[in-house]
Design a protein around this ligand. Structure first.
Ligand code: HEC
Ligand code: HEC
Length: 434
């Protein structure tokens, strides 16, 4: 507590408290930006299972105050140029000096002083512009518009191609990188939708084509991911998860399919993002803390766009609401439609990810159902395409052919399957209103 107050007092002394009301700094934002004791305590409290390798790595290196800590890494905010439709072609460069016009993200004084509005605006820009991880094989997707489409990269007149950016590296060369939007945005008839998973992005296919050797076990694992799935953690690539929907991230009480991180507040989300970038950059650089916090604030604002209305009385959706309260709300509790994690055997879905030595906690998190109808692949492994498949009892049958990962039964999460066909239809109407 003393160090929190000290950090606020220091910033007040710098004149931060005298800012205009539109950019009044918020204490928790200042603490995340400027107080490593606060960040350490947030990290420790948010890690659900301190013994998995995700937690161990962070506990060892994050805000420890010791030599070799990630806090001592150089801050990385390199100049970038987004890949655009006009750049696609057989000679699209994988690596070259960056063209003129390459710019780093501008970080304003207001952002550094904890103005929520300035940070959120920075996060919105960073979402399509900050290089999270290099992707040299991405050059295969730049050969033509159809190659980009084959690997599931989106195309948008403003944001560019699949959120890929050429990034200036320390040696002056430029390399292709992914941004958050490569995986976490989707092309829709109304334009690019931030937060929806890019269920077409086939990273495994791209990596496999670049590697060539189809007999290699890792290449086979990559090919088995399929669109909208990847393995962010295990060395053998055998624990793929679907890309989640980030629009309701503010309502997720736990982050990552296996509830690795409790989202206590905006700081735990910012730490999740900051440490993701550090590990994606092989622990040699760290992002500006304003970028990680800005991304967290921006992502938490996406839920503002989700519907928030009660179904009209005496409609099927209203009946579905009543059924939901009986059969579902104990786990998916309103208003977040989320809740504490559930033991793997209770939900009964594929256990591999939940037991993962990298991220596992022995449980699956209860995903928020806000916006669920537009989400696309369902369940942590993306094994079902949509809500009608999920609430079709035929999916428990060995002859089922509607799963996304190949023929066969898709077991688990049998809640609601016992209802009559009429009741299930009413339940779906209610889910579509969330
Ligand atoms: C290569 C694809 C990819 C990129 C790039 C990527 N993510 Fe993700 N993201 C994923 C996947 C896959 C998961 C699911 C991980 C899990 O469940 O263990 C995920 C999970 C998350 C989560 C947890 C959400 C939840 O519902 O639990 C957040 C927050 C997040 N990503 C934010 C970001 C941000 C911010 C960036 C950019 C700095 C980013 N991601 C870049 C693929 C990606
Ligand atoms: C015992 C707790 C529990 C109950 C009861 C429950 N759920 Fe779930 N639900 C979960 C968990 C845990 C998951 C995530 C499972 C996974 O990813 O493997 C989930 C996932 C879902 C999903 C997929 C969301 C996504 O993003 O993939 C939907 C839809 C869903 N539940 C709807 C319902 C409905 C409707 C009911 C009532 C008929 C219900 N649930 C009852 C725990 C529960």
């Amino acid at each position: 507590m003393t160090s929190r107050l000290a950090a606020i007092a220091t910033l007040a002394a710098l004149g931060v408290a005298a800012c205009s009301s539109a950019s009044t700094p918020e204490p928790d934002l200042i603490l995340y930006l400027h107080d490593s004791t606060f960040r350490r305590s947030e990290l420790e409290q948010s890690l659900v299972n301190p013994d998995n390798s995700y937690s161990e790595l962070r506990l060892q290196h994050y805000a420890t105050g010791r030599a070799g800590d990630w806090d001592a890494l150089p801050v990385w905010n390199p100049p970038i140029v987004p890949v655009r439709v006009a750049n696609l072609g057989p000679n699209a460069p994988a690596s070259q000096p960056l063209p003129a016009g390459a710019r780093a993200l501008a970080i304003s004084a207001a952002a550094s002083q904890g103005s929520a509005a300035a940070l959120r605006a920075l996060g919105e820009l960073a979402f399509t512009r900050y290089p999270v991880q290099t992707l040299d094989p991405g050059v295969l997707a730049l050969a033509s518009p159809s190659a980009a489409a084959r690997y599931g990269l989106w195309s948008d007149p403003d944001a560019g191609i699949g959120g890929l950016v050429w990034t200036r590296m320390a040696d002056g060369s430029a390399r292709l990188s992914m941004t958050c939007s490569t995986c976490h945005a989707r092309e829709t008839p109304d334009g690019l939708a931030a937060g929806l998973p890019n269920a077409s992005f086939n990273l495994g296919h791209l990596l496999a084509d670049a590697a060539g050797d189809e007999r290699n076990a890792l290449v086979q694992a990559w090919l088995a991911w399929g669109p909208g799935r990847l393995d962010p953690a295990s060395p053998a690539g055998l624990e793929p998860v679907r890309i989640p929907d980030l629009r309701p991230v503010r309502d997720e009480l736990y982050l990552q399919a296996d509830a690795t991180v409790e989202q206590r507040d905006v700081a735990s989300l910012a730490i999740r993002i900051e440490t993701l970038i550090v590990t994606s950059q092989s622990q040699v650089v760290r992002p500006p803390r304003e970028v990680a916090l800005g991304l967290a604030l921006y992502l938490r604002s996406l839920a503002d766009e989700l519907p928030n209305s009660e179904p009209a009385p005496s409609t099927p959706a209203a009946r579905g609401h009543a059924l939901f309260d009986q059969s579902c709300a104990t786990c998916h509790s309103p208003p977040e439609y989320s809740g504490p994690p559930v033991a793997i055997h209770v939900v009964g879905t594929d256990p591999v990810e939940g037991r993962s030595p990298e991220r596992g906690t022995g449980t699956y998190r209860v995903p928020s159902l806000r916006g669920v109808a537009a989400r696309g692949p369902l369940l942590h492994d993306g094994s079902l395409p949509d809500l009608s498949a999920m609430f079709d009892s035929a999916r428990l049958d060995p002859s089922y052919d509607g799963g996304r990962l190949g023929p066969g039964a898709v077991p688990g999460h049998t809640f609601g399957l016992e209802l009559s066909a009429g009741d299930r239809a009413a339940l779906l109407d209610f889910l579509k209103s969330l």
